[in-house]
Design a protein around this ligand. Structure first.
Ligand code: 5RP
Length: 231
């Protein structure tokens, strides 16, 4: 099975958690795109759902495919969000934001009864941190925010290399108009502690650690889809 096949298999398995009448959060990324395409097919055959997108790219794909879109303003409590991840560990903690949509992804997932993560097997890790942690920051004073991120790492006995994310040679701009600093750490033994320290830094909007948000992971493997459920 290719990685793409594994992503697709995980995406199809997510339909066990999607029922008619649900309000569904749609994540961002290549794995979620498989889910969105299949959801559009099933919606045409009568699966009646309303969707909230976590990025402009997802909104465009889902609405182009004819899915009924709604907003979190109209529906502040969603039934389920289906999204990918850059990493997940055995405690259902995630790193997200490789696609730059972490802020809205976190708002939408934490507004949902269930967050179902769909992923290929390369995303499973023993300890988070192999993937650089995306931190969404206000562009103003970005270097001042950066040294405060370094200080937060130090408090956690961690060291990281901070890189301002670029796109085509210019600072990457998120859908919310912010910048992203990618922090290469290697291993984050206490994600909850780092998450809390990062989020109180003035200038940090959100970070890509998802702690206590996800309860179900569907992982595509060569031997089929493995389900991990919390509790
Ligand atoms: C976007 C994300 C994505 O879910 C994450 O990057 C995984 O993407 P893919 O499914 O393409 O591997 O967090 O901000």
């Amino acid at each position: 099975m290719t990685t793409e096949d594994q992503k697709k298999a995980a995406a199809l398995a997510a339909f066990d958690y999607v029922k008619p009448g649900m309000k569904v959060g749609l994540g961002t990324g290549s794995t979620t795109n498989h889910f969105i395409r299949e959801l559009a097919v099933r919606a045409k055959s009568g699966l009646d759902v309303e969707c909230v997108a976590t990025s402009r790219a997802t909104f465009k794909l889902a609405s182009d495919l004819g899915l009924t879109m709604t907003t979190l303003e109209k529906h502040p409590y969603l039934d389920v969000t289906v999204d990918g991840a850059d990493e997940f560990d055995g405690s259902f903690q995630l790193i997200k934001g490789g696609g730059g949509a972490l802020l809205v992804e976190k708002i939408v997932a934490s507004s949902s009864r269930y967050m179902v993560v769909i992923a290929d097997q390369s995303k499973k890790v023993n300890t988070l941190g192999r993937f650089p942690l995306p931190v969404e920051v206000v562009p103003f004073g970005v270097n001042a925010t950066a040294w405060k991120i370094e200080r937060a790492l130090k408090i956690c006995n961690l060291k990281g290399k901070l890189v301002l994310r670029l796109k085509e040679g210019k600072p990457f701009v998120t859908d919310s108009g912010n910048a992203i600093i990618d922090v290469s750490i290697g291993a984050i033994p206490e994600p909850g502690r780092l998450d809390a320290l990062l989020d109180v830094i003035p200038g940090v909007i959100e970070n890509g650690l998802f702690v206590d948000i996800c309860g179900i992971v569907l992982m595509g493997t060569d031997d089929g889809v493995k389900t991990f459920r919390k509790g």
